[in-house]
Design a protein. Structure first.
Lengths: 325, 391
């Protein structure tokens, strides 16, 4: 990454900030609809950060507000330590972003589209066109018209456009859209490599599996509110304990367990018993379940703790779980 | 479900090194566009093949094809078809084609430049660069003018070249071939020697001579003549005297006619047509930026040029005369060079639009103020909308 001298104190203050993105009480309304509702978001520098939420939760709106594509109704925010919109130009100088579906001038080639964007940035951005195209893997098609690009290629071109500014912070809105499995794998590797270079990547997505594989920390947004945020490992540690039990006479086994003080929710399924225990349930409970079943004359074939996934945790914490449409 | 923002969560990784700040020479907040921004904007417009073909066809193709047809017809049948060039052809192509259609194609280009970033999804990419939105808007003005001005200039140069180099040897005045550049005495002498055609073909407001004219402007004399009952056949001297009177009366009009346009007229006409094209582009750019789409903007501009402007130029609507003067097409018509007719406003006179009795009255100063106001207001409206618009 390039280094340049810090021109004034505001740049020094910005550089000292430990947050790549910081918002306080950020609110955006569309008439009666509150798309972003007092969001308090802290994205640490130098990590891959997932921004998750169901469709219509306000993910893209928050990104648009952060980037100055639309104005906020209230609240404060900063990017890379620069307050925006006051120092928007300085902040966005080191930010690259894809918002919604990446669209470009279809009658121009990929390279020509990047030339237009590079000229709107600093002069050094011109020299990054070739390397950016090469990095996202479309250098061979760079001189084809964008109208002939597939959706996946336009996604890659969007990422190349992000890289023109040698960004400290990348904000990618659904970057996996339109990518085939190999493309998703490449994109994941690229995001990890960007993070390894010391950049911050904010990834908005509903592909929870991809986010779990890629990101260090996440925030969950629902109906304009951030309902959880933090490192994935810590968040999943707070998820419910789920056990899968393979045994004989599952109905009698369930009755035996329900008669104890173990608690939780017990289902009978084709694989046996599914037991969901409250958060912070101790490991001794697992041994207690085994003891109750064996002493009750139940043949125990399998007792397995199901690893909590981001998807299961997401479904637990989002308010739409089980909510009628 | 309970909302539990976990704000105190420590970062999962140690903070990265301080972000490299933008160089102090990076003035992307400035409203002044860079040369590179203008150059790439030119490229973006120039690569629109359909639009460029349409612009070229209208500004260069139509005059070229018309003149080419006239050149060929004259070459193959010079007796039936006059020379391709000349003053009347010049005025027709300048004011009838390049002035009107130059405005329309320039407006189309402006409407395209003002709306395509938005409709094609490129606007948000440009905004995310941090570049001033005003600079993004202003870059379009020199870029569009760099395309339309040379294009109109090429079309006009072709018209000028053909009209000068393929001009008729004699002036065609009221359908009669007359030597060009005669003084009053010279015209009178010529009229005396060509009394037949002068009496039969020249416009004349005065007491009629009641001479019988043949099909080719020849007075029929002798037994076949049909002299009105009660009158006598005019003598040769009477015919000569009448022809001299007509020549004297027509001289002011004749003196404004030329075989081909003068250098100064061509320069002034060229600047006038370019001004009209620049207005069309700038207003179209502002209008489409304001509306956020192209099609309706183009239609509005066409209606303004070929419907509203001719009406407001000629009709004197009571109590709305000042409003009519504020129409930009009326103002530019008043700046027409001498001898150039204005579209919808009738033929030009010695003073151009200003001397044209068909136009509503307006001083040059007011006309210039109206044009400047249109350019400033539409640019400001377009820029304001672009700065406030959600990307």
């Amino acid at each position: 990454m390039s280094t340049t001298t810090l021109p004034d104190t505001s740049d020094k203050q910005a550089a000292e900030s430990q947050w790549a993105v910081e918002t306080h009480g950020l609110t955006k309304r569309f008439g009666e609809n509150v798309a972003v509702n007092g969001v308090e978001l802290l994205v640490p520098r130098g990590c891959a950060f997932g921004y998750l939420g169901p469709n219509g939760a306000g993910k893209t709106t928050l990104i648009r507000v952060l980037l100055g594509l639309t104005h906020a109704d209230s609240g404060t925010m900063s990017l890379l330590g620069y307050p925006v919109p006051k120092h928007r130009d300085a902040a966005l100088a080191r930010v690259g972003a894809i918002v919604d579906e990446p669209r470009f001038h279809g009658h121009l080639t990929g390279r020509q589209n990047l030339q237009m964007l590079a000229e709107a940035r600093e002069p050094a951005a011109r020299d990054r066109i070739g390397p950016s195209l090469e990095r996202v893997g479309i250098l061979q098609r760079a001189d084809d018209k964008v109208s002939k690009y597939s959706m996946g290629m336009r996604q890659r071109l969007g990422v190349a456009a992000c890289l023109l500014g040698d960004p400290e912070l990348l904000i990618l809105d659904e970057p996996m859209n339109g990518l085939d499995p190999a493309g998703m794998h490449d994109m994941r590797d690229m995001i990890l490599s960007l993070v390894a270079e010391g950049r911050t990547v904010v990834l908005s997505s509903h592909l929870l599996d991809e986010v779990e594989r890629t990101c260090d920390a996440v925030a969950i947004v629902d109906r304009g509110n951030i309902i959880r945020q933090g490192p994935i490992s810590e968040l999943l540690a707070g998820a419910s304990l789920v056990l899968q039990v393979g045994c004989s006479e599952p109905d009698r086994a369930r009755a035996l367990l329900q008669a104890t003080t173990i608690g939780g929710h017990i289902d009978v399924g084709p694989l046996g018993l599914g037991i969901t225990l409250p958060t912070a349930t101790g490991r001794d409970v697992i041994a207690e379940i085994a003891r109750v079943l064996v002493e009750g004359g139940i043949s125990l074939y399998r007792l397995e703790q199901i690893q909590a996934s981001l998807e299961s945790w997401f479904l637990q914490v989002t308010s739409r779980l089980g909510a009628p449409e | 479900m309970t909302t539990v923002p976990d704000l105190g969560t420590p970062p999962p990784t140690p903070p990265a090194p301080p972000a490299p700040a933008p160089s102090s020479s990076d003035r992307r907040g400035s409203p002044i566009p860079t040369g590179g921004m203008i150059a790439t904007r030119i490229m973006e417009l120039r690569k629109r093949r359909g639009l460029m073909i349409a612009l070229t066809l209208v500004t260069i193709g139509i005059p070229t094809i018309l003149l080419l047809i006239r050149l060929l017809l004259h070459a193959f049948d010079p007796k039936s078809y006059g020379p391709a060039g000349g003053y009347s052809i010049y005025t027709g192509l300048s004011a009838g084609v390049l002035y009107v259609f130059g405005f329309i194609v320039a407006a189309t280009l402006g409407c395209t430049a003002g709306s395509v970033d938005l409709t094609e999804g490129m606007f948000r990419h440009l905004v995310v660069t941090g570049r001033s939105r005003l600079a993004l808007y202003l870059a379009r003005i020199p870029a569009g003018l760099a395309i339309i001005v040379p294009m109109v200039a090429v079309g006009f140069a072709i018209v000028c070249a053909v009209c000068v180099f393929a001009a008729p040897a004699e002036l065609s005045y009221d359908g009669v071939n007359v030597p060009a550049g005669l003084s009053l005495t010279g015209l009178e002498n010529w009229a005396a020697g060509h009394a037949d055609v002068v009496l039969c073909d020249f416009n004349y407001n005065g007491p009629g001579l009641n001479v019988p004219c043949g099909p080719n402007g020849v007075i029929i004399t002798g037994p076949g003549s049909q002299v009105p009952p009660g009158s006598v056949q005019p003598t040769h001297a009477q015919l000569r005297a009448a022809a001299i009177r007509i020549a004297k009366q027509d001289f002011p009009n004749y003196s404004t006619q030329f075989r081909y346009p003068s250098d100064s007229l061509m320069i002034r006409t060229g600047l006038w047509i370019e001004l009209e094209a620049a207005i069309g582009f700038t207003v179209g750019l502002g209008l489409s930026s304001l509306m956020g789409q192209r099609t309706v903007s183009v239609i509005v501009m066409i209606v303004l040029e070929i419907v509203l402007t001719p009406i407001f130029s000629r009709a004197r609507i009571p109590h709305f005369l000042n409003l009519q003067r504020a129409v930009v097409g009326v103002a530019t018509a008043h700046l027409a060079p001498g001898g150039i007719p204005v579209f919808g406003g009738g033929g030009g006179g010695p003073g151009g639009g200003q001397g044209n009795p068909g136009l509503i009255p307006e001083s040059h100063i007011v006309a210039v103020c109206v044009i400047i106001a249109w350019l400033v207001v539409w640019t400001a409206l377009g820029a304001w909308r672009m700065m406030r618009r959600d990307a």
